[in-house]
Each structure stands twice: as structure tokens, then as C-alpha cells.
Ligand binder design. Structure first.
Ligand SMILES: [Zn+2]
Length: 111
């Protein structure tokens, strides 16, 4: 029985108090289920934003995004169009191949 994310240190995941199976059972049935999932999600997003800020300040944000995308989308074909479009607009179009940009109709690297 695993927590939502074994690597997460949020109050919901740490110490294995709440397992995925338990949360799945109570989500949508008990208010506590939604509350616990929200706590994990907010914790995750706050950590992600902190890491992104640190990466930007260190000048390593593009490399961080590359690794993040590889974890989220194991193959380039899985990267959604909106992600390609948003990162190209943010000046990170170099992360994608020309073929990938063309597939999603992004013909410029940044605005
Ligand atoms: Zn968590």
C-alpha cells in the first residue's frame, strides 16, 4: 500500500498514513478525501514553483524543463500541443525538434 507519491513529504503522503487505495475509496464520497488530495496537490505545486524559481535564479531552467518533460512525457509524441506552444512562447522552443514544433503549428521559437 503506497502513498500518492512515495517521494512526497506532504502531511498526506509522509509516514504512509493515507494509502492510494484508501484515498481512492473515499475520494468523492467523503469530504476528507477531497481535502487530503487537495493538500497533496497544493504541497506538490508549491514545491514545484520553489524548484522552478531556484532553477531560474541558477540559470538552469531550460535544463530543468527538459528533464521535467522527459519524466512527464517519455516520448516526444506524448507532449501536448499546449505545452509545446507555451514553452515556445516562453522562449524555450529549443527544447523541441523542428518536427515537433511543426506538428503543433509552432513555427517560431519565441514571441
Ligand atoms: Zn503528498
Amino acid at each position: 500500500m503506497n502513498p500518492i507519491d512515495p517521494a512526497c513529504n506532504c502531511p498526506v503522503c509522509k509516514d504512509g498514513k493515507f494509502t492510494r487505495a484508501h484515498l481512492h475509496t473515499i475520494a468523492g464520497k467523503e469530504g476528507a478525501g477531497c481535502s487530503l488530495l487537495t493538500q497533496h496537490n497544493i504541497w506538490h505545486m508549491m514545491n514545484l514553483m520553489t524548484t522552478m524559481q531556484q532553477q531560474i535564479e541558477a540559470g538552469s531552467f531550460p535544463a530543468f524543463v527538459k528533464v521535467f518533460l522527459e519524466k512527464q512525457y517519455p516520448t516526444p509524441e506524448q507532449v501536448p500541443a499546449w505545452v509545446v506552444e507555451a514553452l515556445c512562447a516562453a522562449g524555450l522552443g529549443d527544447l523541441f525538434s523542428k518536427q515537433q514544433r511543426d506538428k503543433h503549428g509552432v513555427h517560431h521559437l519565441s514571441t
